[in-house]
Ligand binder design. Structure first.
Ligand code: N01
Length: 551
């Protein structure tokens, strides 16, 4: 229960008229919930959270497709700021399903009494900085108009749904669903002919589940993916006990690690190993499952194409040995990009699913791309595939999309969406020049999607809370990134990533999945990962918020 009780909290609704808050937080997922708790219960601020969904959970509220589960180990895919919560909560599996994670977030919202300060079913559609009052005016689709000194976007990195402009979609007479806007009462695939479009991390989870229920499943693949087994299951009770006994150590390690996991690259080049030695290591990581193969491989994997090819070859052989039809196997093998430069999907029987007699693969390269939807199916490569249900697993307008959709206008009325037309520009992925008192949690140019998200979320929430505390103690009214600091940060983000293979892939990290989106690598990668980034942010604060103007 929070320490602060105010009239508006007791009523559970914002005051009538143009209410004024210390802070407005947009979104009630992992980041918005903790931001509310931190500002309200640590600093005693008046906070209003606007959430488009009718419940808490963000990603875990919206993404309810079959097979939806976490790709981070559950013991570190959670809040760590409350040691009692860490000790009490019991996860059922290594990678819990969506409904379990949603239950966890519901539990947190209740435990910290957060719901009275969240207005559900309300989407922010405009936020304008008033230079006379130094306040943000925030408007919603429900007609709310509120003022706040601070505006915090806790909108997630993967929340702006991407439904490509498929010709004829409106003419399709069956049902279609995007995976990130899944019906709450589920979809029954029994006796249905189903199409899945996309083979990213979402589709890789959904395809094996749908194939078990549907009469027939056709998968439309644009780019094949390297997949590694998740190896989900119950976690050994002794392992859980040991982790709980050492949670302080676990938390320290993930906070100072590269990616927010207890995973570390091997301090060796794969090119210096014998074939036997590396095969043993590959087998070990393959058997371990999860992100080990991606994030704890040989140190040159992300840097040297020759090294990368050696590692990729192991995964290609796995596909060939799993998929019985050699023609299908060839289609499922990635050939156009380096391993690891697109987000690693974790699978449970993904490649095995293509051995089932009720599953077919239509590959854009070999069979021809999707041309149009017809009233009865999908036409690709000149051939019509009759289906009853289309599952669109085409992902998101990542990182910038959710922020651009907020209708943010900063100094001089400049629109964030317009300012970012050629790509995002931020300082530390936390703030933007020209947009005072606006903070983004896991924004572009912070480690965000290249990390275990709760670790990065907690770091940003705590940094923002400390910053606002500093502002209040020093009776300051605005904080704003300088254009110079921002320029240097943007250049630094690009410089670091350009030493890796990451920009060579057509990935959503690069904005390549969205037609017309500028090609720019959006997350921050290194050089010392989330640990080094945390140090950098702390140094900025310790130097009196270096790179910001405070007034
Ligand atoms: O989306 P994606 P996702 N015509 O963009 C294809 C996170 N996540 O929802 O590769 C035909 O990865 C597209 O093809 P291509 C995770 O970070 C987390 O699967 O662009 N096809 C691709 O195959 C993940 O990376 C969990 O050529 C089109 C697919 O659709 C992120 O969410 C679980 C197309 C989209 O793949 C996004 O994953 C699941 C078109 N016009 C996801 N447009 C966790 O466990 C796109 N495609 C936490």
């Amino acid at each position: 229960m929070g320490m602060v009780q105010t009239e508006y909290r007791k009523s559970g609704a914002p005051p009538a008229g143009k209410a004024t808050f210390d802070a407005v937080v947009v979104g009630a997922g992992f980041s918005g919930l903790y931001m509310l708790h931190s500002l309200r219960d640590r600093l005693g601020l008046r906070v209003r959270v606007f959430e488009a969904g009718n419940g808490v959970g963000g990603t875990w509220y919206w993404n309810r497709y079959p097979g939806c589960r976490c790709d981070s180990d559950s013991y570190i895919y959670c809040y760590t700021f409350d040691r009692h919560l860490l000790q009490e909560w019991e996860w059922s599996e290594r990678y819990p399903e969506q409904d379990e994670i949603l239950r966890y977030l519901e539990h947190c919202a209740d435990r910290f009494d957060l719901k009275p300060d969240i207005q559900f079913g309300t989407r922010v559609n405009a936020a304008t900085f008033d230079e006379k009052t130094n306040h943000w005016e925030v408007r919603t689709d429900k007609g709310d108009v509120v003022n706040a000194k601070y505006l915090i976007a806790a909108v997630g990195s993967l929340s702006a749904t991407n439904v490509p402009n498929f010709k004829g979609l409106e003419s399709f007479k069956g049902k279609w669903y995007h995976t990130s806007q899944w019906p709450h009462d589920g979809v029954d695939f029994t006796n249905k002919r189903v199409a899945v479009i996309g083979t990213g991390a979402t589709a890789v989870q959904a395809i094996p589940e749908i194939a078990q229920q549907a009469k027939h499943l056709t998968v439309f693949q644009r780019t094949p993916n390297f997949c590694v087994p998740a190896r989900n299951g119950k976690v050994d009770a002794e392992v859980t006990k040991a982790r709980k006994a050492d949670y302080d150590g676990v938390v320290d390690r993930i906070k100072s690690s590269f990616f927010g996991f207890e995973l570390y690259f091997m301090p060796k080049s794969v090119l210096e190993t014998t074939p036997e030695e590396r095969e043993r290591e590959f087998d070990r990581m393959w058997d371990e499952g999860g992100f080990a193969f991606w994030l704890a491989n040989y140190k040159d994997m992300f840097f040297d194409k020759k090294a990368n090819d050696v590692i990729a070859d192991y995964l290609k052989r796995k596909i060939r040995s799993t998929v019985k039809d050699p023609e299908v196997a060839e289609k499922l093998i990635p050939k156009t990009y380096a391993y690891g430069t697109k987000r690693q999907p974790l699978d449970t029987n993904y490649f095995e699913t293509f051995n089932k007699s009720n599953v077919a693969l239509v590959d854009a390269e070999a069979d021809g791309p999707i041309e149009e939807m017809t009233p009865t199916g999908i036409r690709a490569g000149g051939k019509e595939h009759a289906v009853d249900i289309i599952v669109i697993a085409t992902g998101f307008d990542a990182l910038t999309g959710p922020l651009k959709n907020l209708g943010i206008r900063g100094r001089g009325g400049q629109s964030l969406a317009q300012k970012w037309e050629d790509g995002p520009e931020t300082y530390l992925g936390l703030a933007m020049a020209g947009f005072p008192n606006l903070f983004t949690i896991t924004g572009p140019q912070s480690p965000s999607v290249l990390s275990n998200m709760p670790v990065s979320i907690e770091q940003h929430v705590e940094w923002i809370t400390d910053c606002i505390d500093h502002m209040r103690r020093n009776k300051l009214s605005t904080i704003e990134a300088t254009p110079q600091a921002q320029q240097l940060w943007v250049a630094h983000v690009a410089e670091i990533v350009n030493t890796t293979l990451m920009p060579t892939a057509n990935s959503w990290y690069m904005g390549a999945n969205i037609a017309g989106k500028p090609r720019q690598f959006m997350p921050y990668l290194g050089p010392e990962g989330v640990g080094g980034y945390r140090k950098k942010c702390d140094e900025v604060a310790a130097k009196g918020y270096e790179g910001f103007v405070l007034s």
